[in-house]
Design a protein around this ligand. Structure first.
Ligand code: CO
Length: 479
């Protein structure tokens, strides 16, 4: 078989972001990372993915770490490797739409603090939700990686994604990412899609997948044959299962071919020695459940992203509803169809996932609609790709004339000054304002603790638990 490209394959390693997010609820600390930075920086990666919504949230919520400080520390320790982040379009790192000035400020601050490449996606592939982030990233000298949120449905075929990629290229993307968050992209389809994209767009194609269904390595190899420019992999200690395929395996596979990555396996082995200890610590702490490492072909049926599966397991366990796992998984595609086939990625994955949990736990479908479900059905997140079940929409109390058809952020007044005013007593920097704006339930307590550890418990009581336990489940899903 012939390679359709003769360029070395470039590698983005996800060990600092998606690997531990997918396997260990995003609990890797900066202390876990520091000893490995020097060797990671010497390997010759195209980039290291290290920041995103869940890492930002987990830093403050669970690790008592300032996410901005983490970014600056990583930048200092990784001077020769580009740092990459994941950005949820108009949702930034959060779960709702923010005004354009907040999106702009977040891009500026991310780049100022060390990010080189911003991978921008929209859960619904509504390109209007990527406009501002693309514009701002370019304005501040960042590299734009615009994203196709990959999914399968009656409307999501190859032609659909090629057309979308062309549009993103015209909007100014420096590269296009195929984000296969649920490992739904099968090897032969990957070959065909990458080939079609390479024939249609001229910017590099970057492939992100997971190994949940056990097909990830084959997907990457077939994509390499088809000429993909960059792929995401994770160093072996936190690779596979719901995470990315292992870096070392792919590097070894391509050695001596025209697509040889040129990366040093010995250095990777040194880095892996360190991260094996980290993985062991996470497993001993009960955070990494070895169950997520098993091949799970149910994903091919339920189209659920890896991070969502590991969170679903732990959340149902906490709610003592583990026996409902497969009922919920079976309900997810039904809800998805009713909602017009949104791809399942943050925040649509949580919205569809939570609605499915509600439908099962309540014993009656659509007895309850979380407010995020209503917002999605109303078009507040953007245009849903397919047709919405009007009966379900009516049940949610939304009349056809109430559905939003414009770019949702056009309805938002500038917000940045309002946030600065609101948080002027606790924010020490513009970075703090952004943390507070995006994570109002988590950041106030974190900042109080950070700045005054002794007085903190009284000064900033923990936000009250949501009385609705299922809603709490919702807050906990993030990937
Ligand atoms: Co992912």
């Amino acid at each position: 078989m012939e390679f359709l490209s003769n360029k070395p394959l470039l590698i983005t390693d996800t060990i600092l972001r998606d690997a531990h997010q997918s396997q260990a609820a995003t609990r890797m600390t900066i202390e876990d990372m520091l000893p490995a930075l020097e060797v990671l920086d010497s390997i010759g990666y195209y980039s290291l993915e290290c920041w995103g919504g869940a890492t930002f949230d987990a830093c403050m919520r669970f690790l008592n770490e300032d996410p901005w400080e983490r970014l600056r520390t990583l930048k200092k320790g990784l001077p020769n490797t580009k740092l990459q982040m994941l950005f949820r379009g108009q949702n930034i790192l959060g779960y709702k739409h923010y005004a354009d000035d907040v999106v702009d400020a977040f891009c500026r601050k991310s780049i100022e603090n060390g990010i080189d490449i911003i991978r921008i996606f929209d859960a619904l592939n509504d390109v209007r939700n990527l406009e501002q982030a693309i514009k701002s990233t370019k304005k501040y000298g960042g590299q734009v990686e615009a994203t196709l949120s990959y999914t399968i449905s009656p409307i999501h075929n190859e032609e659909h994604f090629v057309k979308l990629a062309k549009e993103l290229e015209q909007m100014g993307a420096d590269s296009i990412c195929i984000k296969d968050m649920a490992n739904l992209l099968l090897p032969m389809d990957a070959y065909s899609l990458v080939k079609a994209l390479k024939e249609t767009v001229s910017v590099p194609i970057h492939l992100h997948t997971h190994n949940t269904t056990g097909t990830g390595d084959m997907v990457l190899l077939m994509a390499a044959y088809a000429g993909v420019d960059i792929v995401d992999t994770a160093l072996s200690p936190l690779a596979n299962g719901t995470s990315q395929p292992a870096t070392e395996s792919l590097v070894a596979t391509l050695k001596g071919t025209v697509r040889d990555t040129g990366l040093d396996l010995d250095k990777m082995s040194d880095a892996a020695t360190h991260f094996r200890k980290v993985a062991q610590r996470l497993q001993d702490a009960g955070i990494l459940n070895p169950k997520v490492l098993r091949v799970d072909t149910n994903t091919l049926r339920y189209q659920v992203p890896g991070g969502m599966l590991s969170n679903l397991i732990s959340q149902l366990k906490e709610a003592k509803k583990e026996d409902k796992y497969y009922d919920v998984l079976a309900e997810i595609p039904r809800v998805r169809k009713d909602f017009g086939y949104p791809p399942l990625v943050t925040p649509s994955s949580q919205i569809v996932g939570t609605q499915a949990v509600m439908n099962i736990i309540m014993g009656e479908r659509y007895k309850v609609f979380p407010k995020e479900s209503k917002a999605m059905l109303k078009g507040e997140y953007g245009k849903l790709p397919g047709e919405v079940n009007e009966e379900v929409r009516a049940k949610a109390g939304i009349a056809p004339e109430d559905v939003i058809t414009c770019r949702p952020a056009d309805l938002l007044e500038p917000e940045l000054e309002k946030y600065k005013e609101e948080f002027k007593d606790i924010a020490k920097s513009e970075e703090d304002v952004l943390s507070l704006a995006l994570f109002p339930q988590v950041a106030p307590k974190f900042i109080a603790n950070r700045d005054n550890p002794v007085a903190a418990p009284d000064a900033a009581p923990a936000s009250k638990a949501d009385p609705n336990a299922v809603r709490e489940l919702y807050v906990e899903y993030k990937f």
